[in-house]
Design a protein around this ligand. Structure first.
Ligand SMILES: [Zn+2]
Ligand SMILES: [Zn+2]
Ligand SMILES: [Zn+2]
Length: 335
């Protein structure tokens, strides 16, 4: 059973998951070879290689766990957390722990082994977003969970072990650090100004324009003012909403269109880099809806985090956001 432990100084929770050592690719090299098409458990016909699906989109009435799907969601075969059991919160002197309860699921975004977010159609990307929504809404009913993270590691250097396009979801009984930091900051801004900081960012950046990468009717893509990484990109809905899963349909459409636009440019400008994509959405507790604003962050993996950065916790970014936005705006794409 994995375990959640809280650091008594920083209140940071970590997952101690010794079972994950069994993962064949772990501890070999930092950039293990990706599992390619020959042994791909996500290709149609290989459904028996994954745990049984928890959701699938099928246009042709095909049976569960057989080919014929356009998108499939399955539990992670090597979960970081375990879904059955009770939290069993305990204190031991200074220390807090609980069982590592959580859901860890994988979205197989397309049956086509070759496709990526840059080559999928906008409709195919939108379908992925609807699948995220369905799973979040379902897992939210589980009283043990407080927060859901949806993310995507693309490419070996970004932590993926499989080539086939997929994303992941983790439902947690705790609120992770980066979510807590954003919530706290957004709350402080709201208490001082009675406005959402993300709405303010969208307004100011759109009127200034320098760091805007692209806009459509629903979503604005921008290089944030103080990015941690080169070409870090945020996709923010123009209208306020705290939860991804409550977004109106038009926002999914707009986000799908924006994801396609951005990944086509990132691939051309940066030669198909590995990347991480993370959906930032409010935890389940009430009372954050006015000041938190869901969004998507994309972090291309262009630099290896150097020793200084790991040691100091301080990011050094060699590319200014103004330059990154200009580069991506300027990419020419053949019609
Ligand atoms: Zn495949
Ligand atoms: Zn807002
Ligand atoms: Zn964020």
């Amino acid at each position: 059973m994995p375990e959640l432990r809280k650091d008594p100084v920083t209140d940071r929770w970590v997952i101690i998951s010794t079972d994950r050592r069994k993962r064949p690719s772990d501890f070999r090299s930092e950039f293990a070879t990706l599992i390619g098409r020959e042994h791909c458990p996500f290709c149609p016909g290989q459904e028996a290689m994954t745990p049984p699906e928890v959701l699938a989109f099928r246009d042709n009435g095909s049976a569960p766990n057989t080919p014929g799907w356009t998108l499939r969601v399955v539990p992670n075969k090597y979960p970081a957390l375990q879904v059955e059991g009770t939290l069993d919160r305990q204190g031991e002197g200074l220390f807090d722990r609980m069982n590592g309860i959580g859901a860890h699921e994988v979205f197989i975004e397309t049956p086509d082994h070759q496709k990526t977010m840059a080559t999928m159609s906008e409709e195919e990307i939108e379908r992925v977003l609807w699948a995220y929504r369905e799973r979040v809404i379902d897992l939210k009913r589980d009283q043990r969970f407080r927060c859901i993270l949806v993310f995507k590691n693309h490419g070996g250097a970004a932590g993926a072990t499989l080539e086939h396009a997929h994303s992941q979801l983790i439902a947690l009984p705790i609120v992770p650090d980066f979510v807590r930091e954003e919530i706290d900051g957004a709350r402080r801004h709201f208490e001082a100004k009675e406005r959402c900081v993300f709405c303010d960012i969208v307004r100011q950046e759109v009127s200034a324009g320098r760091r805007v990468i692209h806009e459509n009717a629903e979503v604005v893509a921008l290089a944030p003012y103080a990015p941690r990484f080169p070409f870090e990109t945020w996709l923010l809905p123009r209208s306020h909403g705290s939860r991804f899963e409550d977004a109106p349909q038009a926002q999914y459409q707009g986000l799908a269109r924006m994801l396609k636009w951005v990944f086509v440019r990132i691939n051309r400008a940066l030669e198909e880099p590995p990347y991480n994509l993370i959906v930032h959405t409010a935890p389940f507790s009430n009372g954050v809806s006015e000041f938190y604003h869901w969004h998507v962050e994309i972090i291309p993996k262009l630099t290896r985090t150097a020793g200084f950065e790991w040691g100091s916790g301080f990011y050094i970014n060699p590319t200014s956001p103004e330059e990154a936005a200009e580069v991506l705006r300027g990419v020419s794409v053949p019609a």
